[in-house]
Design a protein. Structure first.
Ligand code: SF4
Ligand code: SF4
Ligand code: SF4
Length: 574
């Protein structure tokens, strides 16, 4: 057991495990030390010097995020020396920062702005050499404006943590900037579009490639019928953009707000999460029976798909052929819905609201082109709601539109790591053995990076694994390749914790991110919704009965393969 250490922070005694940093100890004493390059679970390098403090036994100021505590240590976090140093750091950062606060989407939500205000920084004290870098908007999901970058390298750490390493520091001295190898456009690099770099960035240097203007245009077009649908995890995070507590489920207000933007319908993407499960569970059963191309991998995360196509093409046959719930919904609306309602698919404009930047890229995949017209992130939806003057917190709770309103708890938990697996197990086990009634699979829940379980269904042993974060996906793939592990079914989500922690989710302040178990709190909102849903297994959904009776006949039918399934191909990158 780790030994404890007692020290004083601003005269407050605090006891923490040996090996803790001064930043950890200060947090325990309810004292916040400002940070910039530090981000919990992502980056801890002590390079920006914002978190400097005075501590006994140390010569000069020390960076609290990396300095270890010692027994009897006395730390001062707000001495004139600390404050002067932090102020100077901010002035130097601002000397080459493009100050476009008024039009920056991080205005009022920017760590640099917040700290500058707090330290009374004169933004023009130093004037750096003009060094104008081109904006990289080559990718349909991430835009990089390096003139707003403060070189904190949090994005580089986030990308390295994902085991993608698409970006890194380039150049020396004053010319250091972040970019892809050889300064190539991001879209030509190995980037998979997960957007973890965006949510790690403390300023407005990284953002999603916005399609909000196209959506406004479609809403104003008298010929277009605009339909919105929202992904499972958006209801668990949208409230954060309106200062509601992390983990608040705002489904009813979200529907009401979107309705006030003026689309023809607001639908529930949990419905196509259920549809994915119907198709994927039956695909899994077929593979188990025929013992062909096992294990099977889930396919609902486009960043994971891109990762396999680029780095592990030998596993392409193992990917489920099911489209993601987003692409399924788009395809369903442009086929079944248009046919049923006599709508010309060219006049139907489909907007998906997603927690994800990779799903913006997915809309441009040649195999899925035309399914969805615009994919907007939770952040973009929040901006639209604010721009439209809709008083989000005052809205009543409203319901999704039929026939795509009712979904099961299995659809709701798609937004959390392990959710797709649990939903698939509920339905697949019941399809294999009609007497199998288990609905809870706690072994695959929670935020552990890799989870494993073995189940016995209808005389078959089913070995499953769940991983979130591409570094953990790599571990599983390498273990499979070496023969160290064998599984039948594997769920992978690119973002650590799954879509609740996606690259399109609201950007919270460092003080919240560094002190909250975000992934857990957001996922809890989805599991609570599942628990209270009378329907928990996708195959029990009345909407599934309707769709299979009226249109697809049965899961994995020729019709469902034509509309709900897709293909993949190797993508060679350097
Ligand atoms: S989107 Fe993901 S893969 Fe691409 S640079 Fe950002 S963190 Fe790396
Ligand atoms: S883009 Fe953002 S996260 Fe990356 S180095 Fe610049 S300021 Fe830091
Ligand atoms: S885990 Fe979810 S949010 Fe993240 S890239 Fe995959 S689908 Fe998008």
């Amino acid at each position: 057991m780790a030994k404890n250490v007692t020290l004083k922070i601003n005269n407050i005694p605090v006891t923490v495990p040996e090996g803790s940093t001064i930043l950890d100890a200060a947090r325990k004493a309810h004292i916040e030390i400002p940070t910039l390059c530090y981000l919990k679970d992502v980056s801890c390098v002590g390079s920006c010097r914002m978190c400097v403090v005075e501590a006994t036994g140390a010569r000069g100021l020390v960076a609290a995020c990396v300095a270890p505590v010692a027994d009897g240590m006395e730390v001062r976090t707000n001495t004139p020396k600390c404050r002067e140093s932090r102020k100077m750091t901010l002035e130097l950062l601002l000397s080459k920062h493009k100050k476009k606060c008024l039009s920056c989407e991080r205005n009022h939500n920017c760590e640099l702005q917040k700290l500058s205000l707090g330290y009374g920084v004169d933004e023009d004290r130093f004037k750096g050499e003009d060094f104008v870098l081109p904006i990289d908007d080559s990718a349909p999901y991430v835009v990089r404006d390096n003139d707003k970058c403060i070189n904190c390298m949090r994005c580089v750490a986030a990308c390295r943590k994902q085991n993608v390493n698409a970006i890194g520091p380039i150049g020396r001295g004053f010319n250091v900037h972040v970019g892809s190898a050889f300064d190539m456009p991001l879209f030509e690099s190995v980037c998979v579009g997960c957007g973890q770099c965006i949510v790690a960035c403390p300023v407005g240097a990284l953002s999603e490639r916005s399609t909000v203007n196209e959506v406004w245009d479609a809403l104003a077009d008298p010929v277009k019928q605009v339909v919105f649908f929202t992904a499972p995890s958006v209801r668990a995070t949208l409230g954060e953009a309106f200062d509601m507590p992390v983990g608040t489920n705002v489904e009813g207000k979200m529907v009401a707000a979107i309705r006030r933007l003026g689309p023809a319908h607001v639908f529930n993407m949990d419905v196509t999460a259920d549809l994915t499960i119907m198709e994927e569970a039956s695909e899994l059963i077929n593979r188990i029976k025929t013992e062909k191309t096992m294990p099977m991998f889930t396919s609902c995360c486009p960043a994971w798909i891109k990762y396999v196509e680029q780095k592990y093409p030998e596993y392409i046959p193992n990917l489920s052929t099911c489209k993601s719930p987003q692409a399924m919904f788009g395809a369903l609306l442009k086929s079944y819905w248009c046919e049923k309602n006599g709508i010309n698919p060219e006049n139907l404009y489909v907007v998906s609201v997603i927690p994800c930047t990779a799903k913006k890229y997915e809309c441009h995949r040649e195999q899925l082109e035309g399914d969805v017209d615009a994919a907007i992130t939770t952040r973009e939806l929040a901006r639209m709601i604010k721009t439209a003057g809709i008083k989000f917190t005052e809205l009543p709770n409203e319901e999704f539109d039929n026939p795509f309103a009712t979904a099961t708890g299995g659809g709701a938990i798609f937004g959390a790591t392990g959710g797709v697996m649990e939903a698939a197990l509920r339905t697949a086990a019941h399809m294999m053995d009609g007497a199998f009634e288990v609905l809870d699979f706690p072994d695959v829940r929670g935020t552990n990076p890799i989870k494993e379980a073995v189940y016995s269904v209808a005389g078959k042993t089913v070995r499953v694994a769940v991983a979130s974060g591409l570094d953990n996906a790599k571990t599983i793939l390498e273990q499979l390749k070496s023969g160290e592990k064998q599984y039948d079914f594997i769920e992978i989500m690119a973002c650590p914790g799954g879509c609740v922690n996606g690259g399109g989710q609201p950007t919270l302040s460092d003080s919240v991110r560094n002190s909250t178990e975000l992934k857990m709190a957001r996922a809890k909102a989805l599991y609570t919704s599942d628990k209270h849903n009378a329907l928990r297994r996708s195959s029990d959904s009345p909407v599934m009965d309707l769709l299979y009776n009226e249109y697809f006949s049965f899961p994995n039918s020729p019709k469902s393969h034509e509309i709900l399934h897709t293909s993949y191909k190797e993508d060679k990158r350097i």
